[in-house]
Design a protein around this ligand. Structure first.
Ligand code: FAD
Length: 469
């Protein structure tokens, strides 16, 4: 980047908030994917909305692409800068701006780490329910830009369900405020929802107003060992009929072995059952534990569950959750090729059976690890790279099989991106989940908010050229 542009950036955000050190460029130009080489030209850290706006104006004048960057925990390459882009990192914008106890809302800057949002809510007697392994690192702005899901969706929904207001700087450099914290507001198109899940392609999310709720009362956790996958869904049905679940998670024995090695934690039981589930519920009325025991007994009698263990105290509760939440991290050393698939829960048994056959046939050389938020119809299928395989060959082999897998997902009217976003990783397959006319409309929406195409170009779709299918 030339010296006059650097001087222009420093004049906007200050000398220390413009990073050009190669290590900073490497660190800030990538997310948790490993398939692209970070190559941004500069990293800037704005400290306010006017600074973001000036940066966007400058980028438009110079024709420089901007990549908004949150906690960089993304799994689809959305925050990757590999073409000399300017990374706009939100780390300095993390102030709490307002708490409204009457409406039960919290307003903060978009760079606030999600765990801080949860703490601020908790300190004030409220609860922000979007939760998963990375909340200590990801930012609320990144969560909104990807519409993050996680382990509580079965009860509380995704990030989208908790956003009551957004202040953004569009790709054209306009500051817009959407919905202003209102519960009811039928005033034309609700652009807030366009920005949720837009992966930084329309503008920069700068401030957010979130709805909060009451904290759950006395959470209980039950670990289940199961013989086959079909039983997992039957067990889910039984528990759902009698309890308001706060989570229902699934993982295979291979996943458990990996996370046990990684964390040093013991399994909930000794026998290596092929599949496992974690069932969480709260005790709002006091009768839930008796109900849960009765359902467990019934499932044991039917042979659907082979073993069930309730977490016996706060420590075991946390340990059981670490066994589920640590899976992704425990697999990282194998550079996994990740699929984040969803179908309706009703379609799940048939889909799983078909996917299992396909994977066994086509991934003969690779180990495949299944886990996921099964209560939401969301499965993570992770293909592990054999140690000796070059990364490029591995990705090429996975992409080959992927074409068939996404066709299968399309046949079941499912999604290739349940919660991680499209980014770079899945854009070639977008047309299997979205109609081509829908993609063309998305391009049109992008042109409205970002007429010069400077916001995270090449993510989700290319502005011109063929759609992936
Ligand atoms: C171990 C592990 C487990 C995970 N589990 C889950 C899970 O259970 N559920 C789930 O949904 N995800 C999960 N993820 C994925 C990831 O944490 C989420 O996608 C998260 O929402 C990304 O937030 P981030 O702040 O890290 O964003 P980043 O990775 O920095 O960015 C993600 C996208 O958002 C854009 N963006 C970031 N900030 C802004 C902003 N302020 N304005 C506009 N655009 C912005 C970026 O350009 C990029 O396209 C997991 C990741 C890991 C590593």
């Amino acid at each position: 980047m030339d010296t006059s542009t650097l001087a222009g950036l420093q004049a906007i955000v200050g000398h220390d908030a413009v990073l050009t050190d190669p290590q900073d460029l490497q660190r800030c130009g990538v997310d948790r994917t490993s398939f692209w080489s970070p190559a941004p030209s500069v990293v800037v850290l704005p400290g306010s909305i006017p600074e973001v706006q000036q940066l966007v104006h400058l980028a438009n004048r110079l024709g420089v692409a901007l990549v908004p960057s949150g906690g960089r925990t993304g799994l689809s390459g959305g925050a990757v800068a590999e073409r000399g882009e300017m990374v706009l990192a939100m780390n300095r914008m993390q102030r709490l701006l307002d708490f409204n106890p009457v409406d039960g809302t919290l307003t903060c800057e978009a760079g606030m780490v999600t765990a801080r949002v949860q703490e601020h809510a908790r300190d004030r007697g409220f609860y922000y329910p979007v939760n998963y392994a990375m909340v200590g690192t990801c930012q609320i702005g990144g969560n909104i830009a990807t519409n993050a899901g996680g382990i509580k969706v079965i009860r509380y929904g995704s990030t989208r369900d908790w956003v009551l207001g957004l202040k953004v700087v569009t790709g054209a450099g306009d500051i817009l405020e959407f919905n202003r914290g209102l519960v009811k507001n039928n005033s034309g198109y609700d652009f807030r929802h366009l920005f949720i899940g837009s992966e930084g392609t329309l503008g920069v999310i700068c401030e957010v107003t979130l709805k909060l709720t009451r904290p759950p009362k006395d959470l209980c956790l039950l670990a289940l060992g199961l013989r086959d996958f079909a039983a997992v869904l039957e067990v889910l049905r039984q528990f759902r009929q009698r309890l308001d679940l706060t989570a229902f998670e699934f993982f295979s024995q291979r996943a458990l072995v990996s996370v046990k090695e990684h964390t040093g934690l013991p399994a909930p039981y000794e026998d290596p059952w092929p599949f496992h589930a974690l069932v969480e519920f709260d005790q709002a009325s006091g009768t839930e534990m008796a109900e849960a025991r009765a359902v467990l007994q019934y499932c044991l009698e039917q042979g659907w569950v082979s073993e069930g263990v309730f977490a016996s105290g706060p420590q075991q509760f946390r340990d059981f959750w670490r066994l589920r939440e640590g899976i992704s991290e425990s697999l990282a050393k194998w550079t996994p090729y990740k699929n984040d698939l969803s179908v309706t829960v009703a379609n799940m048994p048939d889909f799983m059976q078909a996917a299992d056959v396909l994977v066994a046939e086509r991934y003969r050389d690779f180990e495949v690890v299944w886990f996921g938020h099964i209560g939401d119809g969301n499965l993570h299928l992770n293909v592990l790279k054999p140690g000796q395989w070059p990364l490029e060959d591995f990705v090429a082999a996975c992409s080959e099989v992927n074409r068939e897998l996404v066709q299968l997902v399309a046949r079941f009217k499912g999604s290739i991106s349940a919660e991680h976003g499209i980014g770079l990783l899945k854009k070639d397959y977008l047309a299997t989940t979205c109609d081509r006319r829908e993609i063309e409309l998305m391009r049109g929406v992008k042109r409205v908010f970002d007429p010069n195409g400077i916001m995270n170009p090449g993510k989700i779709f290319e502005l011109t050229g063929p759609d992936g299918s």
